[in-house]
Ligand binder design. Structure first.
Ligand SMILES: Cc1cc2nc3c(=O)[nH]c(=O)nc-3n(C[C@H](O)[C@H](O)[C@H](O)COP(=O)(O)O)c2cc1C
Length: 179
């Protein structure tokens, strides 16, 4: 494996859901690089049906009341990833709206960029949605796909072992074979 590949795979392996953070601020240049990755992400028909709200300082404090886990409250940054289904590509055959897929791709890339920067992250889908919409001023035609936290790891934090289904239960050749 060449060095570039090795680096890439090691970043993927380093990512895990971090639920405790140091309160040390995230440098602006770091955050800007991560946001640029979201800006450049792929989306169906390049519709870019998304918006990202950066909460730091006072706006992060205001958002903290939507989290069910105290560990997320220490994170210096949380980003709300919003979709705009009205602007997203739809598959003609079944009307599937790809807004959520598009936002997910952008968030995944930002999370991996943050991991490469040495930050911890966590996708958060379980939060008080009504409160979050209100605090973030989200209009009715937009959805919050996820919130995600960004921050340095606290001292002593260790990456847990991965817990996944056996690979043969999820990879199929040629056709799906139910078990
Ligand atoms: C779409 C999505 C939503 C998630 N929502 C939450 C959440 O609300 N709270 C939480 O603690 N973790 C949440 N997670 C983290 C998952 O629990 C975690 O990714 C999974 O257990 C695998 O662990 P890992 O991320 O450490 O590899 C979410 C992950 C994804 C992808």
């Amino acid at each position: 494996m060449n060095k570039e590949l090795d680096n890439f795979y090691s970043i993927l392996q380093k990512r895990y859901s971090v639920r405790k953070y140091s309160t040390k601020p995230v440098p602006k240049e770091m955050l800007d690089r991560i946001l640029a990755v979201g800006h450049e992400a792929a989306s169906a028909a390049n519709r870019q049906p998304w918006a990202f709200i950066i909460c730091e300082g006072e706006s992060k404090k205001a958002l903290d009341e939507v989290f069910y886990r105290d560990g997320f409250k220490d994170a210096p940054v949380a980003i709300a990833a919003l979709s705009k289904p009205d602007e997203a590509w739809e598959r003609r055959q079944d009307g599937s709206n790809y807004a959520c897929v598009d936002v997910t791709i952008a968030v995944t890339e930002m999370i991996l960029a943050a991991t490469a920067e040495g930050l911890g992250t966590c996708w958060i889908a379980a939060f008080d949605l009504d409160k979050a919409k209100d605090i973030l001023n989200v209009p009715d035609n937009m959805d919050i796909v996820t919130l995600f936290t960004l921050g340095f790891l606290p001292d002593g934090e260790k990456q847990p072992e991965r817990n996944r289904k056996p690979i043969e239960d999820i990879i199929f050749k040629g056709k799906y074979k139910g078990r």
